[in-house]
Ligand binder design. Sequence first.
Ligand code: EPZ
Length: 430
Amino acid sequence: MEQYVIKGGNPLVGEVKIGGAKNAALAILAAAIMTDETVLIENLPDVRDINVLLQAIEGIGAAVERIDRHTVKINGSMIRDVNIEYEYIKKIRASYYLLGALLGKYKKAEVALPGGCNIGSRPIDQHIKGFRALGADVRIEHGLIITEAEQLIGNHVYLDVVSVGATINIMMVAALSQGNTILENAAKEPHVVDVANFLNSMGANIKGAGTDVIRIKGVEKLHKTEYSIIPDQIEAGTFMFAAAATKGDITVKNVIPKHLEATTAKLLEIGCEVEEFDDAVRVVSSKPLKHTHVKTLPYPGYPTDMQPQIAVTLGLSEGTSIITESIFENRFKYVDELARMGGDIKVEGNTAIINGVSKYTGARVSAPDLRAGAALVIAGLAAEGITVVDDIVYIQRGYECFEEKLRGLGAQIEKVSSENEIHKFRLKVG
Ligand code: EPZ
C-alpha cells in the first residue's frame, strides 16, 4: 500500500492551480451518455474516482476516448447494456448517477446498490422517491436497484432531505421525461448547477439550479456538446487550510471565489488574511489562530467536505472550538488518528469539542476516508517531525498530484511504498 511520508514544520508558500471539480465531473460523465452524439468534456480531474467511472461507462458499451489527462470524448450511441456491475459501485458510490442517466435515456437501468462508506450509511431513498414520482418502477433485488418505466412523466417532487445526489439523479431523469417537473428542497451546490448547465448545453430545459426549486421541462432527446468542468472548491479549500495550519501564504488559482465564501469566512474568523481576485484567492496565516464554532450545512452553508480540514486547523488554534457535523453521522474518524499527533479533540455524538494545542508531533496515522486523509496530511505538514500517512488510496480518489502540488509549495512530502523508502526519506531530511 502506498503511503505519504512528511517532514513537517515548513510554512507552505506559493501558488497552486486547482483542477476540475470531482463531484461535478462524476455526474457530468454519467449524464454524457444521455445523447447518442459525441460529447467533449474538458478540465476533468485525473483522479481515481473519475477513471473508475469512465471504466464503468466503457463497460456498458459507450465509446470513451481519452484525449489527454483532463479531456475525454464520450459517445453513448453504442450502449448495449444498462446493468452496472457491483465492482464499479463498490469502488465509487457515484456510479449511481448512471441510474438516472440510463433510466432517463432507456427507461430502464440496473445498478448494484451502493454500500455505505466510511462517513455514514449513505441511503438513496430520496433518489428512489424521485424516480417513482416520475413514473418508474423501482425495486431492490439481490443487491441490485432495478428500475424501469413504460413512460416517464414530469411531476412535483419534494425532497425530504437536501441531497446532492438525489437532486442530480432526479434532474437527469426529468430532463428526458414528458412534461414539467418541479423539484423542491433541491441541493444548491455549485456542482448541481454545473450538471444543470451541462444538460442545458445538450438541449435540456432546466431552470432554477442553484436555488431550492428546480424546474425541468422534459425534451425528446439531447445532443452533442463541448463542456468544461468548474474548479473544485473542495480541493481549493484544502489548500487554503494547509496555508492556515502551516502559517503559510498560498494563492489558489483557477477558482471561483464565490464557491469558497463559507471557507473564506471561517479563515477570516480564525485570524487569517484572505484576498480575493477574479479567479484566485490568497490566504496568509501570520498570527496565532483563534478558536471558532462550525456547523456543516448544505450549500451555501459550511461544507461537510471541508470539516476535517478545519478541525485539524482549529486543533492548533488558541482556545476551544466546536464543530457540529449535521450531514453525515460518522465523519470524525480522523480524531483518533489526530490524537496520536497530540491533537486534543473529544467527540460527543455529531459534535467535536476541540482544545487547541501548541503543536502536533509527527506520527504514523491512517487515512480513514478521502477528506480526513487530506486533513491528516495537513496535520503532518504542520507537525514537528516525521508523519507517515497510510491508506492514501482514499486521498488519491479525489486529489490529483497532491504531493507534487504540496512540494511546489515547499512541503517536504514523498509518496513511498516501503519501510526502506521511509528510512531513506528520514536520512535525506535529517
Ligand atoms: C455528495 O454526496 C458528495 N459526493 C459528497 O462528497 C458530499 O459530502 C455530499 O454530496 C454532501 O455535500 C459526490 O458528489 C460524489 P447527499 P451525496 O445525498 O450526494 C442524506 C467527497 O468527499 N440522504 O447530499 O451522497 C445522506 O445520508 C464526498 O467528495 C438521504 O437521507 O450526499 C446525508 O445525510 C463525500 N437519502 C445527506 O442526505 C438519500 O436518498 C446529504 O447527502 C440521499 C441522501
